[in-house]
Design a protein around this ligand. Structure first.
Ligand SMILES: [Ca+2]
Length: 388
């Protein structure tokens, strides 16, 4: 029986009059739920459905997180330690074999990745800031036997030297093509991001032994570093691959404002510092140009900055409504950003974990289909997000 039908009947007339407001509210609620299942208008958030469980605590500035095939987790601490969470419990001692790192500003021990065929070769990968002419991001490969690192080698050292300890990038991810994608920041020298004779302000593509794949976009060109996959990337701190399509998503810090998510394509120029939606930290203008032919536009940009860091695309079954969404750790924004895509179009965004008021450094999907996040703190934690 619809509301209109009901109003024509004499019996419940007084009831209807008395509860008219209540019925209208109920009707509107049902209508909004039907018309707006994603909660855009009603303000309902996915936060209502999640529970946050602390897996480990007492980590010093945790930076990167990776899952071993048996479900154990490796976690880097920026001051230079590699830790392991075995069977859900943080091992008190750290894994021996990590080399000396430069710990300064944003520099230190950064990301960790597991070789897709780890079960056969035991390889893990770490990025860290290496001492030399100042510091630069380096990629290390080692074998992990469950207790210690052996066969520890730098397989790639970026030409992105700086004394600043800043804009290091250093996120790594294996593509569906079996290649390693590694981000390197502009080291606070913006023009380097458009200069193809160095590795600063770039995304690099490397074989699993650190050498250059023959099909990289600039291979064979003179005065261009052959490791370059994309350029014009200011300080990329998030990289993730959609395992369903192989699509590669990147996020980067703008200056003041102008943080971005980009969809990466071989050989493309992402614009920094020729085009940007941000301004200098002191408020002065970098450029008035927001777009230019031959330069890629971000999928989304944020003014003011949220400080994007680790990023994951959700493909699990525990949160069916999140399938295909991007999750971005926000440092300055102190939340976990949920970004809903329709193809390559951003159609909705949501801030999660706001109540924690923590800088979120990394987010990964676990083998159990839950999301795991690290917070950037001297007493950092690993938190699991699971359905309530
Ligand atoms: Ca850009």
């Amino acid at each position: 029986m619809s509301l209109l039908d009901a109003q024509t009947e004499p019996g419940p007339k007084s009831f209807l009059r008395r509860y008219r407001v209540l019925l209208v509210v109920l009707g509107l609620t049902v209508a909004i739920a039907l018309l707006d299942p994603f909660g855009f208008m009603s303000g309902r958030t996915e936060e209502a459905r999640i529970r946050i469980v602390r897996v480990a605590a007492g980590l010093e500035y945790p930076w990167g997180l990776a899952f071993l095939p048996n479900g154990d987790m490796l976690v880097t601490e920026r001051p230079g330690r590699l830790r392991i969470i075995r069977g859900g419990k943080l091992d008190e001692s750290w894994i021996p074999g990590v080399p000396q790192v430069v710990e300064k500003e944003q520099a230190g021990l950064m990301d960790v990745a597991i070789h897709p065929r780890f079960a056969e070769n035991g390889f893990i990968y770490l990025t860290y800031s290496k001492q030399g002419r100042g510091d630069t991001p380096a990629l290390l490969r080692a074998r992990f036997d469950g207790n210690r690192l052996t066969d520890v080698h730098d397989i790639f050292i970026a030409d992105a030297w700086s004394d600043s300890g800043g804009n290091t990038g250093s996120r790594i991810v294996f593509g569906n093509d079996g290649m390693i994608y590694m981000s390197v920041g502009d080291r606070h020298v913006p023009r380097l991001a458009q200069d193809l004779t160095n590795h600063a302000g770039k995304i690099l593509r490397l074989r699993d032994d650190g050498t250059v794949p023959d099909d990289n976009p600039f291979v064979g060109q003179s005065n261009v570093r052959p490791e370059i996959f994309t350029y014009g990337n200011r300080n990329p701190q998030g990289l993730t691959v959609d395992p369903r399509t192989g699509g590669l998503f990147e996020n980067e810090h703008g200056p003041r404002g102008g943080d971005e998510i980009n969809f990466l394509q071989a050989g493309r120029n992402y614009g920094w510092p020729v085009i940007t939606y941000g301004i200098n930290y002191n408020g002065s203008i970098i450029t008035n140009e927001r777009e230019r032919p031959g330069m890629e536009q971000p999928l989304v940009y944020w003014v003011p900055s949220i400080g994007p860091s680790g990023m994951a695309i959700y493909t699990g079954d525990r949160f069916p409504q999140w399938k295909g969404n991007l999750f971005v750790g926000a440092l300055a924004g102190t939340h976990l950003r949920r970004v809903v895509l329709d193809g390559l179009r951003v159609i909705h965004e949501e801030r999660l974990l706001r109540e924690l008021n923590q800088r979120i450094r990394d987010v990964r999907q676990g083998p159990d289909g839950c999301l795991y996040v690290l917070n950037d703190s001297s007493y950092g934690e690993v938190l699991r997000i699971e359905p309530r």
